[in-house]
Write a protein of this length. Structure first.
Ligand code: RB5
Length: 365
């Protein structure tokens, strides 16, 4: 493990003590200073720099201190991917790992003694993240952080985007309702899939072309770059395909069939037919429900094994358990969903969810 340390003049003593403690534990440190307490510096510079290093993976975690810890935590938390926790005792330090998965510990040099600070550092280092419902909460923060990179041409991979567009949310509310008819359910799943893809494709590259209107020649835009493929996971994924094809009629469609082995409970492939040029396409794997994540992980595996490179997963509703599984197995895949729900019940259904999407789409129950 590598830890970046940073402090201003008021936090310098704590930082130096923490450094000594970490080195004794054979932990690598990067010391951003400040070197002594009579060297006044702005905590903001050091806090931001350290947080950037943690967010970029140049350091696994960070420990920051200033007089109160407040300035450092405000500065660090402005950096996307930094989760800085200002703690004043070991209980807070422990909870900041268990529940918040904090990657930066912030201490106040004028608030806690060196002795207490070192005790906190020890607890903080040795406490793992608990996951479960806390994972869902952190993912919501992460999704919020990613909101503004949705449309600005950024192609960071492995994003979770929760699409909170009012129309998507309104329609999702209707399909959740148990009394919505099969006909309406089917139409709305199609519409939601279309609205989601409208948002997802806002980064597609365009190029200028010349066209002739009835009045004059002008420059217009056309979509350039890679072609798309839509790959529904059978059978519920089929319900999303038409809504997407209405917007991207030239997309090719692959199909993946997966069932769950009743004895091993593991997902098993029974069908996989993908476009021949799949490696050249942007691929949207569609499945309305991301429940345990087993079939999504397998579907992504199958697509990648056949050469798929830029793969995204589009679902209507996800459970934290499934999301975690997909993120662990395929950290490079962008995941788009309309809602991240609470949990799975003992039968693997998403709660509150909308029931079995396949049955509701095809009227089989
Ligand atoms: C420095 O005197 C002090 O303002 C600073 O260390 C800190 O308390 C900021 O939050």
């Amino acid at each position: 493990m590598k830890i970046v340390l940073g402090a201003d003049h008021a936090g310098c003593a704590l930082k130096n003590a923490a450094k000594e403690y970490l080195l004794k534990r054979d932990i690598d440190v990067i010391d951003l200073g400040v070197g002594s307490d009579d060297e006044p510096v702005d905590y903001s510079d050091i806090g931001i720099k350290a947080a950037e290093m943690v967010a970029a993976g140049e350091s696994d975690r960070g420990i920051l201190s200033c007089g109160t810890g407040i300035g450092m935590s405000i500065a660090a938390n402005k950096v996307r991917g930094a989760y800085a926790a200002l703690c004043t005792d070991s209980f807070m330090a422990k909870m900041s790992r268990l529940h918040n998965n904090a990657n930066i510990l912030v201490l106040g040099g004028r608030v806690v003694s060196v002795e207490r600070a070192l005790e906190m550092v020890g607890v903080w280092l040795d406490t793992p993240f608990e996951g479960g419902r806390h994972f869902r909460r952190i993912e919501k923060i992460r999704a919020y952080e990613n909101k503004d990179i949705e449309g600005n041409g950024s192609h960071s991979k492995g994003r979770l985007v929760i699409m909170d567009h009012p129309l998507i949310q309104h329609k999702l509310g209707i399909i959740r309702n148990t009394s919505t008819s099969v006909k309406e359910f089917r139409e709305l799943v199609e519409e939601i899939a279309g609205l989601m893809v409208y948002e997802i494709t806002r980064d597609l590259p365009v190029e200028e072309i010349e066209v002739e209107t009835p009045l004059a020649k002008t420059r217009a835009k056309t979509i350039s770059g890679k072609k798309m493929a839509v790959v529904p996971v059978l059978r519920a994924g089929l319900g999303m395909v038409q809504g997407i094809l209405k917007l991207i009629p030239n997309a090719k469609v692959g199909h993946i069939g997966v069932y769950r082995d009743p004895t091993t409970l593991q997902p098993v492939e029974y069908y996989c037919k993908l476009p021949g040029d799949i490696e050249e396409r942007d691929i949207l794997i569609v499945d309305p429900m991301l429940a345990t994540g087993g079939s999504s992980v397998l579907a992504i595996d199958l697509v990648k094994r056949r050469g798929g490179k830029k793969v995204s997963l589009v679902c209507l509703i996800g459970a934290p358990e499934g999301l975690q599984k997909v993120k662990e197995a395929h950290p490079d895949v962008d995941i788009y969903m309309a809602a991240l729900d609470d949990h799975l019940d003992e039968h693997g259904y998403i709660v509150p969810g909308l029931g079995d999407a396949g049955d509701r789409l095809f009227g089989t129950k």
